[in-house]
Design a protein around this ligand. Structure first.
Ligand code: NAP
Ligand code: GLV
Length: 312
C-alpha cells in the first residue's frame, strides 16, 4: 500500500513540506512523490493538487483521492476521473483561518474606504470623512459553507450586519440565512460588501454577471476569493466603469497567472492578489487526511467527501 503526493505544478519544492507532518503521524507510510510513482498498482491513496488531467486513471488500485485544497472544480473537470473512487476535499482549521483573515482584512479595507484613502495619500490630499459604523454596514456572503460561514461569523463578532446565501438554509451565529434562487434578489438588495465563497460548479459559473451586479445597491463592493470563473470579467469591468460597483478585490481569475495585459491589473477600482487568500497548511491538514485514511481502512464514512453529482 502506497500513498502518492501528486502535485505536478509544484516546482517550488514546497510540496516536500508534506513529508514531515505525514511521516511524523505515520512513520510506516510508503510515501511517494509524483512523478516517482514506482509500481502504479501500489498506489492506494493519492494526495493531489491540480494533477495532470488523465493521470488519476492510471492507478488501478486507487481507493481514495484526497484533494489538497477546498475547491475541487479542476478535479471535477477531468472527465477521465475514475467514477468509483471517492474524492475528499480539504477542510482544515489552517485553511479556514487563512480565508477568514483575508476576508476580514479586505472587508475592513473596503468598509473604511481604503482605496479612497490610498488615492488621497497619492495626491497628498488631507481630507477626513465620515464612515458608517460596523452595525450599519451590510455584508453578504455568497456561499455560506465552511469558509463563508466562518468568515461571516467572525465579521458578525466585529459588529457587522452579516447575511449569507446558500443552496439550503443555514444556522450560523450572527448571520441571517437566505437560500435558493428565489431569495437571491432579497439577499443582494441588502448587500453592500459582497463576498463570493461559492464552489465553482455548472450552477455557479458566471454567477457574478451584469444581472447579479445590478441587484446590488449603487456603490456596493465585491470581494472574490472563490474562483475566477464565478465572475464575468467584462460585466464587472462595465459595472466598475459606471461606478455602480465602487471597488472589487479579486484573488482568483479565469486564467492564472493573470495575463499581464488583463485590464484588472491597472483598473483604478480593482485591488488584486495572486490567489493567496488562503493556503493549505500541511501541519494542520495532515492530521485530517490521516484520520480520513484511518476511517477508510476501518470501513467508516469518509469526512468531507465530495458529492460528485453536485460538484462540491
Ligand atoms: P463549502 O463548505 O462546500 O461551501 C460552499 C457553499 O456554497 C455552501 O454554503 C453551499 O450551499 C453554497 N452553494 C454551492 N452551490 C450553490 C448554489 N448553486 N446556490 C447557492 N449556494 C450554493 O466550500 P468551502 O470550503 O466554503 O469553499 C468554498 C470555495 O472557496 C472553494 O470551492 C474554493 O473555490 C474557494 N477557495 C479559495 C481559496 C483561495 O485561496 N482563493 C482557498 C480555499 C478555497 P449548501 O451547503 O446549502 O449546499
Ligand atoms: C484553493 O484555492 C483551494 O481551493 O483550497
Amino acid at each position: 500500500m502506497a500513498v502518492l503526493l501528486n502535485s505536478p505544478n509544484d516546482d517550488t519544492g514546497e510540496f516536500e513540506a508534506w513529508r514531515k507532518p505525514l511521516l511524523k503521524l505515520d512513520p510506516t507510510m510508503d510515501l511517494r512523490v509524483w512523478p516517482d510513482t514506482g509500481r502504479l498498482e501500489d498506489i492506494e491513496y493519492t494526495l493531489c493538487w491540480l494533477p495532470k488531467p488523465g493521470d488519476l486513471k492510471r492507478y488501478p488500485n486507487l481507493k481514495v483521492i484526497f484533494n489538497l485544497g477546498a475547491g475541487v472544480d479542476r478535479l471535477m473537470a477531468d472527465r477521465t476521473l475514475p467514477a468509483d473512487v471517492p474524492v475528499c476535499r480539504l477542510v482544515d482549521e489552517g485553511l479556514t483561518a487563512g480565508m477568514t483573515e483575508y476576508v476580514v482584512w479586505q472587508a475592513l479595507y473596503l468598509h473604511r474606504s481604503g482605496p479612497r484613502l490610498i488615492e488621497q495619500q497619492r495626491k497628498k490630499l488631507w481630507k477626513p470623512f465620515i464612515y458608517p459604523v460596523a452595525k450599519d454596514r451590510r455584508i453578504g456572503m455568497l456561499g455560506l459553507g465552511v469558509l463563508g460561514g466562518d468568515a461571516g461569523e467572525k465579521l458578525s463578532y466585529l459588529g457587522f450586519d452579516v447575511a449569507g446565501w446558500s443552496r439550503t438554509p443555514k444556522h450560523v451565529e450572527g448571520v441571517k440565512s437566505y437560500h435558493g434562487p428565489e431569495q437571491l434578489g432579497a439577499f443582494l438588495a441588502r448587500t453592500e460588501i459582497l463576498v463570493c465563497l461559492l464552489p465553482l460548479t455548472p450552477d455557479t459559473t458566471g454567477i457574478v454577471d451584469s444581472k447579479l451586479l445590478a441587484q446590488l445597491p449603487k456603490g456596493a463592493t465585491l470581494i472574490n476569493p472563490g474562483r475566477g470563473a464565478h465572475v464575468v470579467d467584462a460585466d464587472l469591468i462595465a459595472a466598475l466603469d459606471s461606478g455602480h460597483i465602487d471597488h472589487a478585490v479579486l484573488d482568483v481569475f479565469h486564467t492564472e497567472p493573470l495575463a499581464t495585459d488583463h485590464p484588472f491589473w491597472s483598473h483604478p477600482r480593482v485591488t488584486l492578489t495572486p490567489h493567496v487568500a488562503s493556503m493549505t497548511q500541511p501541519e494542520t491538514a495532515a492530521p485530517v487526511i490521516l484520520e480520513n485514511m484511518r476511517r477508510h481502512k476501518a470501513g467508516k464514512p469518509l469526512l468531507n467527501e465530495v458529492d460528485r453529482k453536485r460538484g462540491y
